[in-house]
Design a protein around this ligand. Structure first.
Ligand SMILES: [Zn+2]
Length: 387
């Protein structure tokens, strides 16, 4: 990370948007454990839940708010006094007040026009500020809002005492160039800090979040593993590592905590972590291709994107259809194979992987290599006896 890299703030909403993923329901203990793990990993802010959901949710948010975490704890509210009151009961000091920003959502959710929505926002932010809450304003469906409507909401939020505005790509319809332009435009319309909240419907949530940061956002809204509505959100682990790896942004995230955090959330969500999931997938440090393995064994930097040691992990050589002799030598170095045995073993291993359509376990590959070596040695012994 460059010393001059600007600091960005990572706001995690695994416990709110993440839990809105279909079929996901965290228990009280799971939520508290996730909150503590997020805090320990260096998250700046946790969106802990939605107090308006009722007493159980309020009880959970209160426990998180009282857990002596270093990070800020926020509750998600609609633009309703009852929601703000519920957040106060939960004991948080910070709320995100959400308003629709697109015309279609203003109409469907509030039956209101932009001026009426902006006025409602002004009133509810003032209501929360009067009760000593720190208020961030979330503009739902910002990506389908007109720039003028978004600027109007930003003015209302700023004038009434909010400290931040969230640009939510609620439906995940942005692409990175559009995200950059939209945030740049919004930053010209307001002095408020800008947070970007991206969804992954087009597989672009991470790219859009990075583009938004380039455009002037300083807060990234993320979830562990990208857990969230529909295709999910920008994954915490991807944003944190991309920030560090590119040297473009500084965060307080402990990269070495990301794996454990992913496992904790996946277990609580009842979801498997994809084998090739960026940053935390099982196979992301595994190599089979002969060309790659050969290069890695000579100098890991030849084919290393991320240093596995930074994540408490190691490169793994997978033996399969695309393996080369370098991999056979690497796993059989102690067997004293003749070059001919190596070549024969490689051919057999490749054929086996092709037939079974899967990798060959290292132990099995070693047994194959040993068997060929024995055959060769026996033949040689025979030829000495019977020249
Ligand atoms: Zn969302």
């Amino acid at each position: 990370m460059q010393d001059s890299a600007p600091r960005i703030f990572v706001n995690d909403t695994t416990l709110r948007d993440g839990e809105q993923a279909p079929g996901v329901a965290f228990s009280f203990n799971e939520k508290l454990a996730i909150a503590r793990a997020l805090d320990a990993a260096g998250i700046d802010e946790i969106e802990a839940g939605t107090p308006a959901m009722g007493p159980d949710e309020i009880h959970t948010i209160a426990a998180i708010a009282n857990a002596n975490l270093s990070c800020a704890v926020m509750a998600w509210c609609r633009a309703l006094e009852a929601d703000v009151d519920a957040a106060i009961v939960a004991g948080v000091r910070r709320v995100n007040i959400s308003v629709p920003a697109s015309r279609i959502q203003m109409q469907v959710k509030l039956n209101a026009n932009p001026a009426e929505t902006a006025e409602s926002l002004r009133r509810i932010v003032a209501y929360a500020r009067d009760r000593d809450l720190e208020v961030a304003v979330g503009c739902e469906d910002s990506s389908r809002a007109t720039p003028a409507d978004l600027a109007l909401l930003a003015h209302s939020a700023q004038d009434s005492g909010a400290f931040r505005i969230r640009y939510a790509d609620t439906l995940g319809v942005l692409e990175p160039f559009g995200a950059y332009e939209a945030i740049r435009r919004l930053s010209e319309a307001t002095d408020l800090a800008i947070e970007f909240h991206g969804h992954d419907d087009l597989g672009l949530a991470t790219a859009n979040t990075l583009a938004a940061l380039r455009g002037g956002a300083r807060h990234a809204s993320v979830t562990v593993l990208g857990l969230g509505e529909r295709a999910g959100n920008a994954p915490l682990e991807e944003i944190a590592v991309a920030a560090a790896q590119t040297g473009q942004y500084a965060t307080h995230i402990n990269i070495s905590d990301l794996n454990d955090l992913a496992v904790l959330v996946a277990d609580a969500a009842g979801r498997a972590i994809g084998e090739t999931k960026a940053i935390v997938g099982r196979d992301i440090f595994s190599h089979e291709s002969g060309v790659h393995v050969s290069g890695l064994l000579k100098d890991a930097r030849a084919y290393q994107a991320l240093d596995p040691a930074a994540f408490g992990r190691r490169h793994a050589i997978v033996i399969g259809k695309h393996s080369g002799l370098a991999a056979i030598r690497a796993i059989c170095g102690d067997l004293g194979l003749d070059p001919e045995a190596e070549t024969m073993a490689l051919a057999e291993i490749r054929a086996l992987a092709q037939r079974n359509k899967r990798a060959v376990p290292v132990d099995h590959a070693r047994r194959i290599a040993s068997a060929f070596q024995e055959i060769l040695s026996a033949r040689r012994a025979d030829s000495r006896v019977w020249p």
